[in-house]
Design a protein around this ligand. Structure first.
Ligand code: HSE
Length: 434
């Protein structure tokens, strides 16, 4: 039987998951590829030895032992972060090896260099596991949905943030209480700021947008706000408006420009994304031919993510065996058709808004707020007032009709400057059903 040799850099959660998948599914992999896919070497700086069942695999602490090994066909990078991951990936490509990575930060920031180098060398780069763990989102875009113009992407792409919001919603717990539990469960990033401040979600959205729209984009171009300032009171008010608060990645393709944003969003209970709970991920694509598609599953974890890495390895192994390397372009579009496109400036975005205004409970306060909103052409859909305490401030909660971000920012600056307003107004954007 023909074989393909794999070298793995990084034997952490996902790396050890890949090793387990390649071992436990060996027979199935042979039945599906006609090949023996062998994990021949692992490089890891801290592992002392591999479990006995990986007796055929050599352990080293130097990635160069893999990159310089002429017997290795595919290098899998699973160490995360920008450096030394980028150096290893670029060196592997320069050595003529195919690369598989789960590194969303690396691809969202340095993808342009990596894909250009791979195209020049005629090697493949697989990155299914970089977005949505075990969910076949990348394959979905580059194969199943390939005949569509993708018009929008909306997703829950960070399990940690979704887990925290779900528990805050179900139990009324505060943000800080739940974060620690999420870290203990092992799906949070090394720096949980990436999870809760939306950065990890923005990395993943940049990758999906590149593939869906054939555009160059880095996560730095995506408006990104996290969930650390969400309070249980806003979750309760959201419920009264028939919504749940989710950290959403949102992108709409307007042809000559595209929206790209990550922020807490009030999602109507009737929308499928409102029912994605716990550490699960889901992405909702709208294609011009197919209509709506929802892909749902485990966005992190050893075996789900390990199986996605193994799928990339198998794809490349099949292409090597068939002499069809590069048959499916790594980014779905041919490199010469990946273009720069404008990203819609934040102040041009429009949607309905939720406001929580903290005000003294006196005659004329609501009229003054309504006057500011009316001067900025912001129309109110509904209003609630809660929490009257002895001479203390109250929450005036509003849902608006669709308004522009620029009008909302200007109006809230004026509202917050009123003498009767005692704390900055909380603003949460609302999702409109497509
Ligand atoms: N930290 C990520 C999450 C892991 O919580 O979803 C997978 O990218």
């Amino acid at each position: 039987m023909k074989y393909v040799n794999v070298g793995l850099i990084g034997f952490g959660t996902v790396g050890s998951g890949l090793a387990e998948v390649l071992l436990s599914q060996q027979e199935r992999i042979q039945q599906r590829t006609g090949l023996l896919v062998r994990l021949v070497k692992v490089a890891d700086r801290s592992a002392r030895e591999l479990p006995a069942r990986f007796a055929d695999t050599v352990l080293t602490n130097d990635a160069a032992d893999l990159i310089n090994d002429p017997e290795i066909d595919i290098i899998v990078e699973l160490i995360g972060g920008i450096e030394p991951a980028k150096t290893f990936v670029m060196e592997a490509i320069a050595a003529g090896k195919h690369v598989v990575t789960a590194n969303k930060a690396l691809l969202a920031q340095e993808g342009k260099d990596i894909f250009a180098a791979a195209a020049a060398q005629g090697v493949e780069v697989g990155f299914e596991a970089s977005v949505g763990g075990g969910i076949p989102l990348i394959k979905g875009l580059k194969e199943g949905l390939v005949a569509n113009n993708i018009l929008s992407i909306m997703g829950i792409l960070n399990g940690t943030a979704n887990y925290i919001l779900t528990r805050m919603t179900d139990e009324g717990s505060a943000f800080a209480e739940v974060l620690k539990d999420a870290q203990d469960l092992g799906f949070a990033e090394a720096d949980p700021t990436y999870d809760v401040e939306g950065i990890d979600t923005a990395h993943k959205l940049a990758i999906l947008m590149t593939m869906a729209y054939g555009m160059n984009i880095t996560h730095n171009e995506i408006v990104t706000e996290g969930i650390s300032s969400i309070e249980p009171v806003d979750i309760d008010f959201a419920r009264e408006f028939g919504c749940r608060i989710k950290l959403l990645a949102i992108s709409r393709n307007h042809g000559d420009h595209v929206e790209a944003r990550v922020h807490p969003t009030m999602v109507p209970d009737s929308h499928l994304l409102a029912s994605i709970n716990g550490a699960y991920n889901a992405v909702h694509f709208h294609g011009d031919m197919v209509g709506n598609v929802l892909l749902y599953g485990q966005g992190a974890g050893k075996m789900p993510t390990g199986s996605a890495v193994a799928a990339d390895v198998m794809d490349i192994a099949r292409d090597i065996a068939a002499g069809s390397v590069g048959r499916v372009p790594s980014l779905s579009y041919l490199p010469e058709h990946i273009q720069d496109r404008g990203v819609t400036p934040l102040d041009k975005i429009s949607c309905p808004y939720y406001f929580r205004i903290t005000a003294l409970d006196k005659p004329g306060v609501l009229a003054a707020v309504a006057d500011v909103l009316s001067r900025h052409a912001i129309s109110i859909e509904s209003v609630l007032q809660k929490g009257r305490e002895e001479a203390g401030p109250v929450s005036i909660v509003m849902q608006t009709h669709t308004a522009t971000e620029s009008a909302v920012s200007a109006a809230l600056a004026e509202i917050d400057a009123l003498d009767t307003i005692t704390a900055p107004t909380v603003k949460i954007r609302m999702l409109v059903e497509e």
